[in-house]
Design a protein around this ligand. Structure first.
Ligand code: MG
Length: 447
């Protein structure tokens, strides 16, 4: 994989692709586009974090920005501090759910959200052309440090739930933070919610005890701990604390798609309003929203697009099927602490178990596939699939999403690699597989 500069920032293999030179250049480019000001800086727990932070900070200061270093905090914690400190932007050094050999640099705008596409494009252009505006000695930025992000973040999350009602339920919770940036703030939140917390992989030292993506195949240790401790729920985060997966009280991984659906159910049980989700997100969110006559706005894949829709339509909640929940009352980025608080509130208010809450929703099977496909061929494949499904409900905002009466399929070219992604969801594994195979056959027939 080569260094990738996408809408969400830069990501690459540390040492060969993501070097201190690259990080300094990204810092210079971002500060050049901002034209100076104050920028919040944070990192997850990866060993390469301090090295890359130092380089990014150097670049930011060289182009005239004052850097406010928050240290190791979650991505949503950093986003919140951009707003609270009235900074002009934010930089988070995180490889997110990628293996430890990788790292990345995420950029945040002044309202603490993923950079809108247009701004991200400008930073990329300045970076590619190396058209930096560097300050002279008296204009170089300063470096400040700020502690207390975890406390401020927990306070902000507590405001959206009834902590006393949750505490009355005395939930037993197992938390797996993968030794990432979520360890301290999340444990603090659960304790403030009166939960009995059993923490595994709770030392923020960056030694990932499991592959960091919180998908069922990676969280067997959490499953075991939920069973061993007879817990009500297990929560698994990714290293920067923006994604959340849930394990039910029997030790079953319910799948990341349920995180947004259950969080949305909680929010919509109190207030009626719109929801935003990307086109690859399960229909569970439509089931939750339509049960209370609310609308779901579908967006292209990418956190920035979901945030655009939340802002444009005044959505009460939004997110992605990968366990990313965005509640605009707290921050305009995916926040696993928000998701945890809302799920605990749902457990407290409904007096149901996680498995009972899951059983309230229809069961779907989702299958994801990808195949090599050049951008030129991708356009031809999309038109062939469009022709074959012309009588169905189609959405072409990002590739092609086809909604059939009881199933859907999303086919889209990757923004970063020459591959095509296919996602199908249907009431059974067999039906989802059939849909995938039907589209794969159409794709194969395209030269
Ligand atoms: Mg992440």
């Amino acid at each position: 994989m080569a260094l990738i500069f996408s809408i969400s920032g830069v990501r690459g293999l540390v040492g060969s692709e993501l070097t201190p030179q690259v990080a300094a250049d990204v810092g210079c480019a971002f500060a050049t586009v901002l034209g100076g000001g104050r920028v919040v800086l944070a990192a997850d727990t990866r060993a390469s974090g301090p090295m890359l932070c130092g380089a990014v900070a150097g670049g930011l200061m060289a182009a005239g920005c004052t850097v406010i270093d928050l240290g190791v905090v979650t991505t949503p914690g950093a986003a919140l501090m951009v707003s609270l400190l009235e900074a002009d932007g934010g930089v988070v050094v995180t490889g997110s759910h990628n293996p430890p050999a990788y790292n990345g640099i995420k950029l945040l705008s002044s309202n603490g959200r993923a950079l809108p596409a247009e701004l991200s494009q400008r930073v990329r252009q300045v970076w590619l052309r190396r058209a930096f505006t560097l300050a002279e000695a008296d204009g170089v930025g300063r470096l400040e440090r700020h502690s207390g992000t975890h406390e401020r973040h927990v306070e902000a999350v507590l405001k959206i739930v009834d902590a006393a009602a949750i505490a009355a339920r005395r939930l037993r919770v197992v938390l797996d933070s993968v030794n990432g940036a979520g360890c301290l703030a999340t444990a603090m939140l659960l304790e403030r919610l009166g939960c009995h917390v059993i923490q595994i992989n709770g030392c923020p030292d960056g030694r990932f005890a499991r592959p960091p993506e919180p998908v069922p195949e990676n969280i067997a240790q959490l499953v075991g701990a939920v069973r061993q401790h007879d817990a009500d729920v297990g929560f698994a985060q990714d290293p920067d604390g923006d994604r959340l997966a849930i394990v039910d009280q029997t030790g079953r991984c319910i799948g990341e798609e349920y995180t947004l659906a259950l969080a949305a159910r909680q929010v919509l049980s109190h207030r009626r309003g719109a929801v935003a989700a990307n086109l690859s997100t399960s229909r569970l969110i439509d089931d939750v929203a339509s049960a209370v006559d609310c609308t779901v706005h579908r967006t292209p894949v990418g956190e920035a697009h979901v945030v655009d829709a939340i802002v444009k339509h005044g959505c009460l909640i939004g997110g992605e099927g990968n366990g990313g929940v965005i509640d605009p009352r707290v921050v305009l980025v995916r926040d696993s602490l928000v998701a945890i608080a809302l799920i605990c509130q749902l457990l407290a208010e409904t007096h149901k178990t996680i498995s009972a809450l899951v059983a309230d929703l229809p069961a779907y099977a989702m299958i994801k596939q990808k195949f090599a496909c050049s951008p030129e061929r991708a356009a031809r494949v999309l038109s062939a699939v469009r022709r074959a499904f012309a009588s169905q409900r189609l959405n072409e905002a990002d590739g092609l999403r086809i909604d059939l009466p009881d199933a859907w399929l999303h086919i889209r070219p990757s923004n970063t690699e020459p591959i095509m992604r296919l996602i199908a969801e249907a009431p059974s594994q067999h039906a989802a597989q059939e849909l995938i195979e039907r589209v794969a056959r159409i794709a194969e027939s395209v030269p």
